[in-house]
Write a protein of this length. Structure first.
Length: 349
């Protein structure tokens, strides 16, 4: 057999084994998706709170430091949601009148050039939506019950993730040391380097994406406030949460903001908000990500796009969220494993 054919055959069967392994892993993740999501959530919380707990443990006992870190995080999150709810409740009455006026203004604008829409088309659409809801009430109720079941599952996953995160923050180092000691002695050094590289990449990515999302939310909030778009703070919070889905999250949140601006402030303001999608997208892609993510694992934009699309195909929304950190961790592990052993380096001439 020619040598070239032997090399190609060797690569082919290795790629087949690798593809089969990845397929089995995806099947297992899909089968145990709630557990995997809970562990991922626990790792995210640990990446955010562990540095704070480490600093607090210098002046108090470790358990008390962990409790203080969680209490501070809960207070900040509860305060943010309380402020958002207060602002929504305070603007709701005024915004309802703005929406009514905005819809009437939008109808007048669509009836003119170049659209020439039939008068009363939006009113007819509203009646159609109302009749559809009335005729499909039972189906909508079943969908609501199904959504309630999914909500209970989501709350269970969140509770399990919080439970795991407490142990990750409190004694994650000891847990890692125990798992490292279960493998053969000869492989412990490489295993330890790979695991620590994976954690540095994951924690760096999570902290980096938090900074990127926070910066986007602040910029969006300021712009919407200057444009006098209602619900500026809730829309900024939506932008912060949507930024965790790379490439598609931020445009989706700004599209929602543009719809609100269209109904409340008119088409000109809505077009300005749409322009923000391009400006903030360029700012995020060419400035924020290179600067903030440079101390984590940097990935090429093509790799990020392919990862998000592949994750969405494989696991839906969850896959879109976890794809980029998964690829970052995998690349960090590959680099750590390929690096020479320190002992080997010391023996080399």
């Amino acid at each position: 057999m020619p040598h070239g054919l032997q090399v190609i055959a060797g690569w082919c069967w290795r790629l087949l084994v690798l593809g089969a392994t990845i397929y089995v892993l995806f099947k297992l993740l899909a089968r145990f998706q709630p557990v995997a999501v809970a562990v991922f959530l626990g790792l995210v919380i640990a990446a955010l709170l562990r540095p704070l707990a480490d600093r607090l443990s210098r002046v108090m006992k470790r358990p008390l430091a962990v409790v203080c870190a969680y209490v501070l995080c809960i207070v900040l999150i509860a305060g943010g949601f309380a402020l958002t709810g207060y602002l929504v409740a305070g603007e709701s009455g005024h915004v309802t009148h703005q929406f009514d006026t905005g819809i009437a203004r939008l109808e007048t604008w669509l009836e003119g050039s170049p659209f020439h829409m039939r008068p009363g088309a939006l009113t007819g659409l509203q009646h159609k939506v109302t009749s559809f809801i009335s005729s499909h009430r039972s189906t909508l109720i079943q969908s609501a019950l199904s959504g309630a079941t999914q909500l209970v599952e989501a709350l269970t996953v969140i509770a399990l993730g919080l439970f795991c995160s407490v142990f990750f923050v409190h004694s994650g180092e000891r847990m890692w040391g125990w798992s490292r000691d279960q493998i053969p002695v000869d492989a412990r050094g490489r295993w330890d380097r790979a695991g620590r590289a994976a954690w540095r990449a994951f924690a760096g990515y999570i902290r980096g994406i938090i900074l990127v999302a926070g910066t986007n939310a602040i910029l969006v909030g300021i712009a919407l406030f200057v444009l006098r778009v209602p619900f500026a703070v809730p829309l900024a919070v939506l932008e912060f949460l949507a930024a965790f889905v790379p490439l598609i999250g931020s445009p989706f949140a700004l599209a929602v903001a543009s719809v609100v601006a269209l109904a409340a402030r008119g088409p000109v303001t809505a077009l300005i908000v749409l322009a923000l999608i391009v400006v903030i997208g360029q700012l995020e892609g060419h400035l924020l990500h290179p600067l903030i993510m440079s101390w984590a694992v940097r990935l090429h934009p093509v790799v990020v796009a392919i990862s998000v699309i592949a994750g969405t195909i494989a696991l839906g929304f969850v896959g879109a969220v976890v794809a980029v950190p998964f690829v970052s961790v995998a690349w960090a592990v590959i680099q750590a494993v390929r690096a020479p052993e320190p002992a080997a380096e010391s023996r080399s001439p």
